[in-house]
Design a protein around this ligand. Structure first.
Ligand SMILES: Nc1ncnc2c1ncn2[C@@H]1O[C@H](COP(=O)(O)OP(=O)(O)OP(=O)(O)O)[C@@H](O)[C@H]1O
Length: 225
């Protein structure tokens, strides 16, 4: 954590707090330990990249942090979220994540409607988020009409519209060329800063990692912060 963030963290409550976190797949002699001994905290406004070789446990850890998966050992809590991460976490995955039959605005509005927000308000928030990211002109387009870079920026607009407290991005730039990768990660940083959300980006790309103020490293399931 930077000194500036430490100062700001005084009086703040951690968004996520992990102690001795582990996740194994399978049981007994065949068990595969994907993540182990992870102790870390994430604070509002904190922005980190997670790097590490393929298979080192990055995706497994991100799913645990997002509350999409449960640890097999250790403790994870979301103190600033009353321990209920659902509804407060925005996730951007690698590759296509938009629903093909829905247009861009409907894709951005869908999580809000699922969360119980009135349809008209959800559509308005979707259009506001798309405009903020400079994508208003694509609102009526279908996902198949978008380039890979445009589709990833729409996925970021979907996160912005939902106004999460924690943004988790798993290889969000893996299929993009380096210029587009930089634009997408800069957009994530801008959105996280605007929302004062914590941002965690798993990436293999050192240029992407370098755009974030801190880098954590995964190696054989262990995290070095
Ligand atoms: N559902 C699963 N069942 C069994 N093993 C799994 C499962 N998901 C992941 N693993 C294993 O857990 C380990 C960590 O995988 P994980 O996907 O978290 O790594 P990663 O660092 O994200 O890899 P990559 O950079 O290739 O995406 C790997 O050995 C993987 O094969």
């Amino acid at each position: 954590m930077t000194a500036e963030l430490k100062d700001r963290a005084v009086g703040m409550t951690a968004l996520v707090s992990c102690q001795g976190l582990a996740r194994s797949y399978g049981k007994g002699a065949n068990a595969l330990v994907a993540v182990h001994s992870v102790t870390c905290e994430l604070w509002p406004g904190q922005q980190v990249a997670i790097t590490g070789p393929s298979g080192s446990g990055k995706t497994t850890l991100l799913h645990l942090l997002a509350g999409l998966d449960r640890p097999t050992a250790g403790r994870i809590a979301w103190p600033a979220l009353d321990d209920h991460p659902r509804g407060h976490v925005g996730v951007v995955f690698q590759g296509p994540s938009l629903l093909p039959p829905l247009n861009v605005a409907e894709n951005v509005a869908l999580p809000l409607i699922i969360a119980g927000i009135d349809e008209a308000e959800a559509k308005e928030r979707a259009l506001t988020a798309l405009s903020a990211i400079g994508l208003a002109g694509l609102a009526a387009s279908l996902p198949e009409q978008l380039s890979g870079g445009q589709a990833q920026r729409v996925a970021v607009a979907r996160v912005l519209a939902a106004e999460p407290r924690l943004i988790i991005a798993d290889e969000p730039t893996a299929q993009l060329d380096s210029d587009l990768a930089r634009r997408v990660v800069d957009l994530l940083i801008e959105v996280a800063s605007r929302l004062e959300a914590a941002l965690v980006v798993a990436t293999h790309d050192p240029l992407v990692a370098a755009r974030l103020p801190a880098t954590w490293t995964m190696s054989d399931g262990a995290l070095t912060c």
